[in-house]
Design a binder for this molecule. Structure first.
Ligand code: ZN
Length: 389
């Protein structure tokens, strides 16, 4: 083998010598040919450089996916993403992945948010199918993205929605509500199954109380009185959902208000929860101690544009409200908020898209913009105070 190698080296040296000789000869004979060869070599170098640059930027784009991953949880049972909606308006949209099952709870805040939501979802959902879509109640900031615009396909059109679970009652007759019903019914006509939260609770029309998503994750539709009792407040019709992940629990109550929270506690045996989606965007009219004393949340994620005057001119009541923080803060300082707006109504990320990932025994949180807990943010220091126990 060694002999072979040395003889092949010898051969290579001879070839190189011959090539050099040939090159010298050629240069003497035909200088134009040498220039042509040099140009070809130069072109090859530039081409290789371009290819390297191209692949490097492609990899950079691919790594965008990993911005939203939590390295501490190697194999999450469930990844829950609280989305920023691409404008200065508060609204909810939560994308959840458990194994191969894709779930979307709400699609606020405006019709055009459909584009922001779907471009995020498409990073993770590769088969164009959402197994479960939940619309908590009939307000624009929760359903507009299901509708979309002429230019941007709504969620019902963009995805094959296998199961749609939504509110049983509504007061509103708004355009966005009517558009929601039109688009939802078109999706049902093309094969989607549809249940109201009351169907699920009563186990009628094919609805179920519990959906086993994976071996380790179950989705449970909870009961509250306003599935079938009228309320002046549309928010109280909100569908309430618990995800049970072994001994860990994650609670979503839409914009449920005080009376709804009271009923939720009375009608279910609620466990202590690791994650609570801050109710009604962190409003002082929700997040009551009736509920919090039972669920004792360890992490609270709030979808809102902090400090926006969209719903009130009273700074203390702007989401997330001081009174809500006074109560939530009794249980945890792990409060995260998607977005903040400045006095010119310009929005920017606070935590950004917030990921809560869990393997059923431990969990971690990561914001696309920052991991800073609310009480340590500049916005909080300038606008809110932390409760003293
Ligand atoms: Zn809302």
């Amino acid at each position: 083998m060694a002999q072979k190698k040395s003889s092949s080296n010898k051969a290579a040296k001879t070839v190189t010598k011959m090539t050099k000789k040939a090159a010298k000869k050629a240069a003497k004979k035909n200088p134009a040919l040498v220039i042509v060869i040099l140009i070809i070599v130069l072109a090859l170098i530039v081409g290789a450089g371009f290819l390297i640059y191209h692949f490097a930027s492609k990899n950079k784009n691919n790594s965008k996916n990993h911005d939203h991953q939590v390295t501490e949880i190697k194999n999450p049972d469930i990844s829950i993403y609280f989305l920023e909606l691409g404008n200065e308006y508060t609204g909810d949209s939560t994308y959840i992945k458990a194994g191969d099952v894709d779930i979307l709870i709400d699609a606020g805040s405006r019709n055009a948010s459909a584009g922001t939501i779907s471009s995020f979802v498409d990073e993770y959902c590769t088969d164009g199918k959402l197994e479960y879509v939940i619309a908590t109640h009939a307000h624009q900031d929760h359903i507009a993205g299901f509708v979309g615009t002429n230019a941007v396909k709504g969620i019902f059109e963009k995805y094959e929605c296998e199961n749609i679970i939504d509110f049983n009652l509504h007061n509103t007759t708004s355009k966005v509500y009517n558009d929601y019903i039109t688009k939802r019914d078109a999706e049902i006509a093309s094969g989607a199954k549809h249940f109201t939260a009351l169907d699920c609770w009563n186990q009628t029309n094919g609805g179920k109380r519990k959906y086993q998503l994976t071996e380790r994750v179950e989705m449970e539709i909870l009961y509250q009185d306003f599935y079938e009792k009228e309320s002046d407040d549309e928010n109280n019709y909100s569908v309430c959902v618990m995800f049970n992940n072994m001994d860990n629990h994650y609670l979503f109550t839409g914009d449920l208000e005080k009376a709804g929270e009271k009923s939720l506690v009375a009608k279910n045996t609620l466990p202590q929860v690791q994650l609570f989606k801050g109710a009604h965007h962190g409003s002082y009219t929700a997040n009551t101690l009736d509920l919090l004393n039972v669920i004792k949340p360890e992490v609270v994620c709030i979808c809102c544009c902090a400090g926006s005057d969209e719903y009130t001119s009273n700074p203390a009541n702007m989401f997330p409200a001081q009174a809500a923080i006074d109560r939530l803060g009794l249980f945890t300082d792990k409060i995260y908020v998607t977005t903040v707006v400045d006095d010119k109504n310009k929005y920017k990320s606070l935590n950004g898209n917030i990921l809560f990932a869990s393997d059923g025994s431990k969990y971690a949180i990561k914001g696309s913009a920052s991991d800073t807990i609310l009480k340590d943010t500049e916005w909080f220091k300038a606008n809110r105070t932390w409760p003293t126990k």
